[in-house]
Design a protein around this ligand. Structure first.
Ligand code: HEM
Length: 482
């Protein structure tokens, strides 16, 4: 008997089984609402950006059907996306019932970040990392550094050698370089000099991030094992080695940065210090850069809001004096602060958090969730619920200044830094960084969106494997104020 037909039958059955297992909702989750798989696959394969996918496929579950959560297929499995801030708070407050999920083996993203750090650890190990990093971040807010870097940025916007007062620059790129220098000098204790030079370190990092974002590998993570990307892994390991070298250099030449403070911690191993350095590098610059770009974009397309923020800045700080921690407080600059809050809401830099997993069977709100189920807090969706925000797609800073019976609800539902004990430890650092650069720019320039901008019909974000919402190719025309 010819064995070929039998072989074909078995192989087709095996392939069908694999596809079935990969895409079918497991029986213990079938009682939950879910986003249909086919549009999701099309979205992933076409490289659709996260915020567009959320708006198109996930948000209708919150806005039209009033669901607090929904199942979404991603990274080769079904996960719950939490769309309601009260359910999210319940989840993020309870670290024992909802610990961070151990990342799947082999995913390049997690190989790069490493496991021995504040972002990925659980239990007592997380407590240790968190204590050291929070203490380091609370040492002082480096406002002087932010002001110094803002002046470097002015030179990048209009080089001193040029007389022309009007220049168009890619602000998304400049914001990334600014945020990198901010986190480099004050947190990591290394001057990347990214604003003034083309840092090779940054180029290498951006290249690796692009490779990680290969949609095929994101949809079928098992490919990392079947066809390992050796060249990318090598470049990634080289970059991690460079962090190790920065750490060694810091040990030999301490400064007054946060890394020097962390090096004094006797309980931190070399690997833990290095992995935390990588986390602070990644968590600390693209997030801030995304927030800054979004703010500058919305002030560009709303000249009246830009003018009101400038009027407040000049009234409070005067035209030239360097602001300090006291004068840059949110209380003294309420309108600017509301603009920053609104930018962080409408295009929230971290669209959703690192997955948690249920440690046992739980009931969250009206939903029963079996143990060992992955959950994600979808911050972008929470920030765009119609029933909470009314007009979620409108940039309207005043919503944070109006005193109404809904003020507390808006306050609770504004979660760009997440919530609970594991919310961003650098919230204060990041908000001061945003205010510092914003006031410096408002006093120095007026800015507009060029007529040929790709963002004329709305802000467009880059594709990101880290669920980051980062505007790209954001050309802005700055004119020096007289
Ligand atoms: C606008 C800027 C920023 C935003 C919107 C932001 C947002 C967030 C969010 C949503 C989380 C929770 C992630 C999760 O639970 O999975 C987080 C965690 C974290 N962020 Fe930020 N972040 C910003 C800036 C920064 C900066 C500047 C740093 C460092 C200098 C930083 C360091 C961290 C760290 C270390 C964690 C992990 C905390 C933990 O797991 O205990 N972030 N951030």
């Amino acid at each position: 008997m010819d064995p070929a037909p039998l072989w074909w039958t078995f192989s087709s059955l095996a392939v069908t089984l694999v596809i079935f297992q990969l895409f079918t909702v497991p029986s213990h989750l079938r009682h939950l609402p879910r986003v249909p798989i086919f549009p999701l696959l099309v979205s992933y394969l076409s490289g659709e950006v996260e915020d567009v996918r959320i708006k198109r496929l996930i948000l209708p579950y919150a806005n039209e059907r009033g669901e607090g959560l929904v199942l979404v297929w991603a990274l080769g499995r079904w996960m719950i996306h939490i769309l309601d801030h009260k359910l999210a708070v319940e989840m993020t407050e309870n670290l024992l019932l909802y610990p961070k999920e151990l990342p799947p083996d082999g995913l390049l993203l997690w190989r790069f970040i490493g496991g021995s750090n504040i972002l990925m650890a659980n239990g007592d190990r997380w407590k240790k990392h968190s204590r050291v990093i929070r203490d380091a971040l609370n040492l002082s807010i480096p406002v002087d550094q932010f002001i110094y870097l803002s002046r470097n940025l002015f030179d990048a916007i209009n080089p001193p050698s040029e007389e022309n007062d009007t220049h168009t620059v890619d602000f998304a790129e400049l914001a990334q370089r600014f945020a990198l220098d901010a986190v480099g000098s004050s947190v990591l204790g290394h001057d990347f000099d990214a604003i003034r030079t083309e840092s090779l370190f940054v180029k290498e990092y951006n290249g690796i991030m692009q490779d990680i974002a290969n949609p095929l590998y994101l949809i079928m993570p098992f490919l990392e094992k079947v066809f390992p990307r050796k060249e990318v892994i090598k470049r990634m390991d080289n970059l991690v080695d460079k962090f190790q070298m920065l750490l060694q250099a810091k040990r030999n030449d301490p400064g007054d940065d946060m890394m020097t403070f962390m090096l004094k911690e006797p309980t931190m191993s070399e690997e833990e210090l290095r992995d935390n350095m990588v986390v602070l590098f990644i968590a600390g610059h693209d997030t801030s850069a995304g927030g800054l770009s979004t703010l500058i974009y919305f002030l560009a397309i709303h000249p009246e809001i830009q003018a009101a923020a400038r009027e407040e800045t000049l009234r409070v700080l005067g035209p030239t004096s360097d602001p300090g921690v006291d004068t840059l407080s949110a209380a003294l600059l309420p309108y600017l602060n509301a603009c920053i809050r609104e930018a962080l809401r409408i295009n929230t830099p971290v669209s959703y958090i690192v997955p948690r997993v249920t440690a046992e069977n739980v009931t969250l709100g009206r939903y029963y969730i079996p143990s060992n189920t992955s959950l994600i807090y979808n911050i972008y969706a929470v920030h765009h619920r119609n029933d909470v925000w009314g007009d979620p797609n409108t940039f309207r800073p005043n919503r944070f200044l109006e005193k109404t019976e809904r003020s507390q609800i808006l306050k609770d539902a504004w979660v760009p830094f997440a919530s609970g004990p594991r919310q961003c430890p650098a919230r204060n650092f990041a908000l001061y960084e945003q205010r510092a650069l914003a006031v410096m720019l408002l006093r120095e320039y007026e800015w507009t969106l060029p007529a040929d901008s790709i963002h004329q019909d709305g802000l467009k974000n880059a594709f990101s494997p880290f669920a980051l919402t980062l505007p790209h190719n954001l050309h802005i025309t700055f004119t020096k104020r007289k």
